[in-house]
Design a protein around this ligand. Structure first.
Ligand SMILES: Cc1ncc(COP(=O)(O)O)c(C=O)c1O
Length: 379
């Protein structure tokens, strides 16, 4: 009888259970070599030649991400932006792509520059419902649909299976920025996506000490080979030590995400009733427009990210952000420490973010400490 497959939480905690064959060590050595020996007959039969294309320290983190995402292969990158850019660089020049209006702002801005230069033709649409996407895709012309769910910083939810059907009918690929969902809560490939992307800087690493990114594919096809070539061609490679740290962080992914989800749900529910809070944006609240889809496509929780709109506008929001003590007033997300920021200050002009919005990344501290600090800061 075949053994029952191990739960992903077990795979993550044990980093797939890999053991160093030479020493029996339960943690693999960090490979720092930049070059590898040729065979006597001039071949590279062991599969590695030069460190920009081949790094043995990537094997285990990539295999673990592949297992957690249920994919065919993964690539780690120097950053989430590098991972995302590799997807777009793997398209033919001038390709038409459709992306969300509400998405990670730096990627939205970068896509705008790609459109200005003619490298891509980009349409930004509302991805909360699929009508705008259906209208924007052009069969035979659109090469890629990019979505982010939940999407920064309104936590807009996009129906991955629905978006995949629309993309595929038009002959396009679907790539999903799944950073906020993590593989603990959503597996985009199982819902029909072709590529799952992470800013591994966030939950995958989880300790605010590594910048990294990842892509996972459902198929090792020609497009994937172009992404592989884009990484080494652009030199967008992760350092060996960072790959090791990323793997170490991923070992605690499940308990970190589970706790963050639980605390975020409590904080969201509590703040809903707060007189200084105009609105709480969290997919775990029935009042969130994407709640029903999130409940279908997210398993085990709605993530550790939420936003609040503070009564009194921008000045009141910034003043509240200045008063937190337990929360750290800093950008980024997905670390063990809770972070809070006034989002419009980061995104600048042209952002779809309301000026009174504070973005909250819930860490793994005691939730009552987090709630008490927020209530004091809100006044
Ligand atoms: C959802 C999302 N995607 C992509 C990125 C870019 O990742 P990185 O900062 O690792 O380049 C970020 C970073 O904040 C993000 O939040």
């Amino acid at each position: 009888m075949a053994a029952k497959p191990l739960h992903p939480a077990t795979l993550a905690a044990q980093a797939l259970g890999w053991i160093d064959e030479q020493t029996g060590a339960v943690v693999l050595p960090v490979h720092t070599a930049t070059t590898f020996l040729r065979d006597p007959d001039n071949q590279y039969r062991r599969g590695r030649g030069y460190g920009r294309a081949d790094n043995a320290s990537y094997d285990q983190p990539e295999a673990l991400i592949t297992a957690l995402e249920g994919g065919a292969a993964s690539l780690v990158f120097a950053s989430g932006m590098a991972a995302a850019a590799a997807v777009f660089h793997s398209l033919p020049a001038g390709s038409h792509v459709v992306a969300p209006r509400v998405m990670y702002w730096a990627l939205r801005r970068w896509l705008g520059t790609q459109a200005e230069s003619g490298a891509l033709a980009v349409d930004f649409v509302d991805m909360a419902a699929l009508d705008a996407l259906r209208t924007a895709v052009a069969p035979g012309r659109t090469r890629l649909v990019w979505i982010e769910t939940p999407a920064n910083p309104l936590w807009t939810i996009t129906d991955i299976a629905g978006a995949a059907a629309i993309a595929h009918t038009a002959g396009a690929l679907l790539a999903v920025d799944s950073t906020a969902a993590t593989p603990v809560l959503t597996q985009p490939l199982s819902l029909g996506a072709d590529i799952a992307m992470h800013s591994a800087t966030k939950y995958l690493n989880g300790h605010s000490d590594v910048i990294a990114g990842s892509l996972t594919t459902g198929r090792k096809d020609e497009f994937w080979q172009r992404a592989v070539a884009a990484r080494s061609g652009h030199g967008a490679i992760l350092g060996s030590f960072e790959a090791y740290l990323l793997l170490r962080g991923m070992r605690t992914l499940y308990p970190r995400v589970e706790r963050a989800c639980h605390s975020a749900q409590r904080i969201a529910e509590r703040l809903t009733a707060h007189p200084r809070v105009l609105e709480v944006l969290y997919p775990g609240l029935p009042s969130h427009p994407g709640h029903a889809i999130a409940a279908r496509q997210m398993t085990g929780g709605f993530g550790g990210m939420l936003s609040i709109r503070v009564r009194g506008g921008e000045a009141a929001a910034i003043a509240a952000a200045a008063r937190v003590e337990v929360w750290k007033r800093a950008t980024s997300l997905g670390g063990v420490e809770s972070l809070l920021e006034h989002r419009a200050s980061i995104e600048g002009a042209g952002s779809p973010v309301p000026p009174d919005l504070l973005r909250l990344s819930v860490g793994i501290e005691d939730p009552d400490d987090l709630i008490a600090d927020l209530e004091t800061a809100l006044g």
